[in-house]
Design a protein around this ligand. Structure first.
Ligand code: 0X9
Ligand code: ZN
Length: 426
């Protein structure tokens, strides 16, 4: 083959974001619960990818593939649902985002080894260096646990944080799991910031006197790395057990709670593919095992996702309420209030409610429902702030990462205290 052909082939293969050529993104603005439900119902039919969820009074953002553009537009027009184009050319927008993030990276000081910067999105090795360093520097309070390797062989790491080595049976356990969905890059900073506030900068000693903490900042390291290096919108794991051409399982559909009954796809290439069986993924088994190991003392489980500014609770498959609904709602509101008090005026206010009703579509096999079903009294999915709060293209502007980490921590801290008071042994 001629040299220039090789050059063309190689550059095409490595051109970034090429797979998103022809995709468009739209803001959608449902004005009634029926319209919101309708948007949820066409998700699978048109293979739509909601990056940010709408509520009745707030825009959502949806990615639409080239082959579904026409039908998407005509369907929305028929239903009278308001929309407007966000990015005419998703690939170009991603290229712009990259440039801005890179420009920001090069204008900032370089980060000393083992520090966790909050001025930009961080690759896995920076997060892992930070976790390792904290564990090394604070051995009396922090234990690093590597229960397994991911499908591709990255260690899955979590920290146990305790002033009594997890040996005091009267303390309540709080579990923060983050980034089971790869592309949700605002999640890891909220988890590492919680570590920071419990270990390096403890301003509220009660949080260690009464609680033991488990923090898993990147539950899906394979997917996270893949979303940095190859496909920005990668969501799933990267396992190839069920397909080599379409790897990956949606970690938040892989838990054994009404598994694969609704809001999942049997198409192996779909973003909400539930896997061949419950807990087929090592990444979800790690989360399951942590829940069971500490179940007798675990009062709150948080699964950190994005985007939408929502605090969601059970049940996600049918929209019914659990018999803990009052506590779930009341503590959810307390967390949202604490966040609001520490938020910025132009950030959207959190919505709190049943996940199926607030998001507009049903989902089965989600981690928060599993945790609640097996006995964690307070179990939530956090959809962290995104669009509307200052975006560069598809990213929450990196200048707001710190803000989100800080305000989310205020919510978590209030939630922990209320969880301890309601369900703890002290
Ligand atoms: O779909 C999910 O797994 C969660 N949203 S995300 O954008 N982070 O993927 C939300 C699950 C909420 N539950 C229901 N919709 N029932
Ligand atoms: Zn998610």
């Amino acid at each position: 083959m001629k040299n220039w052909v090789w050059i063309l082939l190689v550059s095409a293969a490595f051109a970034k974001h090429e797979e998103y050529a022809g995709w468009k993104s739209y803001f959608v603005a449902p004005t009634t619960q029926e319209q919101l439900e309708f948007l949820g119902s066409i998700r699978d039919v048109l293979d739509l990818d909601y990056l940010s969820y709408a509520t009745v009074d707030r825009n959502g953002l949806v990615l639409v593939k080239p082959e579904h553009q026409e039908e998407f537009i005509s369907t929305l027009n028929n239903q009278g649902i308001n929309y407007r184009v966000h990015a005419e050319d998703v690939k170009k927008q991603l290229d712009n985002d990259d440039e801005q993030i890179e420009a920001r990276r090069s204008s900032l000081r370089s980060t000393p080894e083992g520090e966790m910067p909050y001025d930009n999105y961080q690759p896995l090795d920076v997060i892992y260096n930070y976790i390792d360093k904290v564990a090394e520097q604070y051995p009396d309070v922090v234990t690093l646990v590597t229960p397994a390797n991911s499908f591709e062989g990255y260690p899955i790491k979590y920290l146990k944080i305790s002033s009594s080595n997890f040996e005091d049976p009267t303390k309540s356990v709080i579990f923060i799991e983050s980034t089971i969905h790869a592309r949700e890059w605002i999640a890891p900073p909220t988890a590492t910031y919680a570590i920071h506030k419990l270990v390096e900068n403890l301003t509220d000693p009660e949080l260690l006197e009464k609680f033991d903490w488990i923090i898993l900042p990147v539950a899906n390291p394979d997917g996270y790395v893949f979303s940095f290096e190859t496909s920005r919108f990668w969501r799933k794991t990267r396992s190839t057990e069920f397909s080599t051409s379409c790897p990956g399982v949606d970690g938040n559909r892989n838990f054994d709670f009404f598994w694969n009954t609704i809001g999942t796809s049997s198409n192996l290439c779909a973003d909400n593919y539930a896997g061949g069986r419950p807990f087929s993924e090592v990444e979800t088994r790690v989360v399951r095992d942590i829940i069971h190991e500490h179940l007798d003392r675990m009062v709150m489980y948080l699964s950190m996702h994005s985007y939408g500014s929502m605090i969601l609770y059970s049940w996600g498959h049918d929209g019914s309420l659990s018999n803990q609904a009052f506590s779930l709602h009341s503590v959810g509101i307390s967390m949202a209030d604490a966040i609001y008090e520490n938020s910025l005026p132009h950030f959207p206010r959190y919505s709190v409610g049943n996940s199926r009703l607030v998001v507009g579509y049903a989902a089965s096999g989600i981690s928060a429902d599993y945790a609640h079903a097996v006995g964690v009294p307070l179990s939530y999915t956090y959809e962290l702030p995104g669009f509307g709060g200052g975006f560069v293209g598809f990213h929450l502007n990196p200048r707001y990462i710190k803000q989100v980490a800080e305000e989310t921590w205020e919510g978590i801290a209030v939630g922990a205290k209320r969880a301890g008071a309601l369900f703890g042994n002290q």
